[in-house]
Design a protein around this ligand. Structure first.
Ligand code: FNR
Length: 365
């Protein structure tokens, strides 16, 4: 079907499933084990409902907001997903260009198929990019990556903390023969490719990484540090104690710990506690996993998220329709956002709060 027939983000997934190369589809779409967390991430959004306000003048809708000090046109960003060239010959650069045109942020993955510099070079002047970091056992390599990123204008360091070992994604493991992992960091001779693409390239990740290491990161960079992959209220509070600027409530899109709970439910628990303790201004809380509709984005923002990360839908849009697909996918969400803000009775992002949400059945737990 041509692009004009894409009405929502699930349409891109449908086309991707039927047209992408099998190995690429397997790598992008898979979750860990039985894919329960993958499923629940998405379904959690369908378990809460809105409390719209009527008779509000909703003529002008402003969707802009700020994330880590950057003004953006929409409250979501393209999150880091590895191996962009499996889906498109231009890889992550396609996402860079789409993000630029719509003025949203792209998070660059450590395990990108394009080199870091190629992705930064593909950006336009005013464009903001963040870096997702898998921490290398060799801290000199790590320091080099971080300081180079800072020098190239990266505005946030997202350290992934939910992946000391990569999860078991069996769909991915079954398609063993992914080639062209050539220059990706850590793709050494010892890598065991029988474990699938992800595991083959992750042998460099430091399993000893712990809270005490955060001091070192602060000493080597002035970029804001955000922990990506916080999955509980307790760890969110530890993050505050350790003085990081933000967290991403995330379970890696259901690819790591099976039965890690949906980030949305963690957000519902967390925000009242941060407020109670007067900590809500100490930490920017981001969230990702399972977001497919603007109503999902709006729910997360109402519940206190500063911004929402979206992964697979943009990979599918990139893989099926390239640049235009990514642009269109963002545009679809934008149009959905405007309509749903009107129907909710809110005209700007800062008006969104928990008064628009009925989540009693979660809070009573
Ligand atoms: C990811 N994710 C991820 N996260 C990370 O920190 N480093 C990485 O290299 C990757 N790679 C990656 C590859 C693919 C194919 C996917 C689908 C995901 C996780 C990603 O940043 C994010 O947490 C999830 O994708 C969010 O869930 P949705 O939007 O895909 O449902």
């Amino acid at each position: 079907p041509d692009l004009s027939q894409m009405y929502n983000l699930m349409d891109f997934e449908f086309v991707a499933r039927h047209t992408m190369e099998k190995t690429a589809w397997a790598y992008y779409s898979s979750g860990c084990d039985d894919e329960i967390t993958l499923r629940e991430n998405h379904l959690s959004y369908q378990r809460i409902f809105f409390k719209p306000k009527v008779l509000v003048d909703v003529t002008n809708i402003d969707l802009s907001t700020t994330m880590l000090g950057t003004k953006v046109s929409l409250p979501f960003y393209i999150t880091a997903t590895a191996l962009g060239k499996l889906g498109h010959p231009d890889g992550e650069k396609v996402l860079t260009r789409g993000a630029a045109k719509q003025n949203i942020i792209q998070m660059i993955p450590t395990l990108a198929s394009c080199s870091f510099d190629e992705i930064v070079d593909a950006s336009i002047d005013s464009q903001t990019q963040w870096l997702q970091l898998y921490v290398n056992k060799d801290r000199e390599i790590c320091k080099g990556i971080v300081q180079h990123a800072e020098a190239r204008g990266i505005k946030g360091l997202f350290i992934t903390v939910d992946a000391p070992q990569l999860g078991r994604r069996e769909k991915d493991m079954r398609s063993k023969n992914i080639e062209d992992l050539s220059h990706v960091q850590g793709d050494d001779e010892e890598a065991d490719r029988s474990q699938g693409a992800a595991r083959a390239i992750s042998s460099f990740i430091d399993t000893s990484l712990n809270w005490n290491d955060l001091k070192w990161f602060k000493s080597i960079t002035k970029m804001p540090i955000i922990l990506k992959g916080i999955q509980t209220v307790e760890d969110a509070l530890l993050a505050v104690e350790h003085g990081v600027q933000g967290i991403v409530l995330s379970n890696h899109g259901g690819r790591q710990l099976e039965f890690s709970k949906p980030p949305l439910e963690v957000l519902i628990e967390l925000m009242p506690i941060l407020k109670q303790r007067g900590l809500q201004d100490k930490l920017e809380v981001y969230i990702d996993g399972g977001v497919r509709r603007a109503t999902d984005v709006l729910k997360a923002i109402c519940l206190g998220a500063k911004g929402v990360g979206i992964g697979r839908p943009f990979l599918y849009a990139m893989s099926t329709y390239g640049d235009e697909g990514v642009y269109k996918a963002i545009q679809i969400l934008k149009d959905e956002m405007i309509m749903n803000m009107r129907l909710l009775g809110a005209t700007s992002i800062d008006q969104l709060n928990e008064s628009f949400i009925d989540a009693r059945h979660f809070q009573s737990r």
